[in-house]
Ligand binder design. Structure first.
Ligand SMILES: [Zn+2]
Ligand SMILES: [Zn+2]
Length: 137
């Protein structure tokens, strides 16, 4: 799906900068940080500021167009894939990978648990990724 449609679907007015950031997230499924997105986009968008990138990502998350991951406490990262999946952080290279959820875990969005209204659920795994493990051996 293209970035403009995604924004409209989540009631976000598609400005130039929002489209560029959404597009970047859709194309880069590497869970980029604010810094990474800013550094990639700023050469072609000189008016873009880091604050705008941050605020846009916050808006995307709040409207359900992306999700915010705090798996790495030093670097908040973002994911355009809002379907339920787990994340794995490699303590060696710092990369964040997508992992499938086991089948018994269902989507909890808009679910009520114990009277609380749950909107997000996060599964974080940490360890050494297969690439780092291989280099180590
Ligand atoms: Zn690694
Ligand atoms: Zn992900």
């Amino acid at each position: 799906m293209d970035a403009i449609k995604l924004l409209e679907l989540h009631n976000i007015k598609p400005s130039m900068q929002r489209i560029a950031i959404m597009q970047y997230l859709v194309e880069h499924r590497t869970h980029p940080t604010v810094e990474q997105i800013y550094e990639s986009l700023s050469p072609s968008m000189p008016t873009l500021s880091k604050t705008t990138v941050y605020n846009t990502l916050k808006l995307l998350s709040e409207n359900g167009a992306a999700q915010t991951l705090t798996i790495d406490e030093r670097n908040t990262c973002y994911d355009a894939d809002t379907s339920p999946h787990a994340h794995f952080l490699c303590k060696c290279c710092g990369r964040v990978y997508d992992l499938p959820l086991s089948k018994d875990i269902k989507k909890v969005e808009a679910l009520e648990i114990g009277g609380h209204y749950v909107q997000e659920e996060h599964y974080y795994y940490k360890g050494i990724c297969k690439y780092c493990k291989r280099n180590d051996a």
